[in-house]
Design a protein around this ligand. Structure first.
Ligand code: PLP
Length: 407
């Protein structure tokens, strides 16, 4: 393990790939099952893979791709992929049917709808996941209850209510809001649909991770159409790590010993994956307290215990970033170079590209750039996991220059 210490607040741990044992639940065939199911969900369409060719040229690499998840199911974020798949798997289990034999509309058949109509889904969220749970539950004629951490955006709360949930902003942080949701589900006999795993609660979050693999499957198909065989470098942002673990687990299965060089990116005040890598004892470690960051979707202090092992074993670097890195990413994507397309990317969506832009541009970060092997042949993939989910804050950053870069 090597440590790169504090370059304008950016810190990194570089590690060796630790295992050949890829996670079976994120195999290519599991990913194909999820993708096939998603194609049956109303409004399904592959989200755009935007090639930022002029930015790549300017920054001296072969390609920079940004997968734009703001287009996913009209929800402005990627989370609907995990929720639809996990809820469908859960209902299939209850109804005694195989997911491969049904589609999303199966649950709307009158005789099936009658059986599931009293089900209540409960969750905690910093916004995007809860909105997706509310949206999916409403489509299935079920009820949903959603808890948000203190300080959550009122606009995000409203989106969740508009999608049909009973929703509250609590006075606790994200991880405690998850505990609250769990208690509520037990109290009312509902189902907790949480996008993180802990010991004894793994099945639903693993289904959620399987749902996320659809982004990777689509991306590789889209790259092929652009004449590119695969990414050499992937930057994945992490809250609890389910998103990053889902994508990296799939890539590790697909490419076996030749997985793309993957960097996990987190906000400095909620850097539980970075802290776990730094501890170097193979175990997940938590960050507690306010988890104060503009990257609301990444403001989680306790790693998913299942995906932590994937991130530990298959990622190359773990980078802790101050908020200005995300803000820079939002502005770079909002102000495209040359003929590149604009991408509207929110705080948690843009931090990966923000880091890439600094790594490739700033001499101070050259050591990290070299350790990652970034050069003129690199094909870089970032996933913009949300659009302007807090439009007021988006404008403060993009129009007013909030969270200015300190380079
Ligand atoms: C926009 C966005 N990006 C990334 C993430 C990170 O996902 P995870 O918590 O699975 O690491 C989230 C989680 O809420 C999110 O909302």
């Amino acid at each position: 393990m090597e440590i790169i210490n504090d370059i304008h607040g950016i810190k990194a741990v570089i590690s060796k790939i630790k295992s050949n044992k890829t996670p079976d639940f994120l195999s290519e065939s599991e990913a194909n099952n999820a993708r096939n199911f998603h194609t049956t969900v109303k409004g399904y369409k592959a989200t755009p893979l935007v090639g930022l060719n002029d930015l790549a040229k300017e920054l001296g690499v072969s390609k920079i791709y940004v997968k734009d998840e703001s287009y996913r199911f009209g929800l402005n974020a990627f989370k609907g992929l995990g929720v639809t798949y996990a809820i469908a798997k859960l209902l299939c289990e209850k109804l005694g049917v195989e997911i491969k034999s049904i589609n999303f509309d199966y649950f709307k058949l009158p005789e099936v709808a009658e059986k599931i109509k009293d089900i209540v889904f409960v969750t905690a969220t910093d916004g995007n996941h809860g909105r997706a749970v509310a949206w999916a539950a409403t489509q299935l004629g079920c009820k949903s209850i959603v808890y948000m951490p203190k300080g959550s955006s009122l606009r995000r709360l409203q989106h969740i209510k508009d999608a049909g949930a009973e929703a509250y902003i609590t006075d606790v942080n994200y991880d405690d809001a998850v505990r609250k949701a769990n208690e509520k589900a037990e109290e009312i006999g509902g189902f907790l649909v949480q996008d993180t795993a802990w010991n004894g609660y793994e099945e639903i979050p693993n289904w959620i991770c399987q749902g996320y693999t659809t982004m990777a499957v689509e991306t590789l198909e889209q790259m092929k159409l652009d004449g590119v065989t695969r990414p050499t470098h992937v930057f994945l942002q992490a809250g609890v790590g389910s998103f990053a673990g889902g994508i990296l687990g799939y890539l590790a299965n697909k490419y076996r010993g030749k997985c793309p060089i993957t960097t996990i990116v987190e906000p400095e005040k909620a850097n539980c994956i970075y802290k776990s890598a730094l501890a170097n004892d193979n175990k997940p470690h938590s960050v507690t307290g306010n988890l104060d960051t503009i990257m609301a979707g990444l403001a989680c202090g306790e790693p998913n215990v299942v995906t932590w092992e994937i991130l530990r074993d298959f990622a190359k670097a773990y980078v802790s970033c101050p908020d200005y890195v995300a803000a820079r990413g939002m502005r770079v994507l909002a102000n495209p170079t040359g003929n590149d397309e604009k991408v509207v990317s929110g705080e948690s969506g843009a931090v990966g590209l923000g880091l890439v832009s600094l790594l490739l541009e700033r001499e101070e970060l050259k050591e990290l750039k070299d350790k990652l092997g970034l050069n003129e042949d690199s094909v870089i993939l970032c996933i913009s996991t949300e659009g302007d989910t807090d439009p007021v804050h988006y404008k403060k950053v993009v129009y007013d220059g909030k969270n200015q870069s300190i380079f």
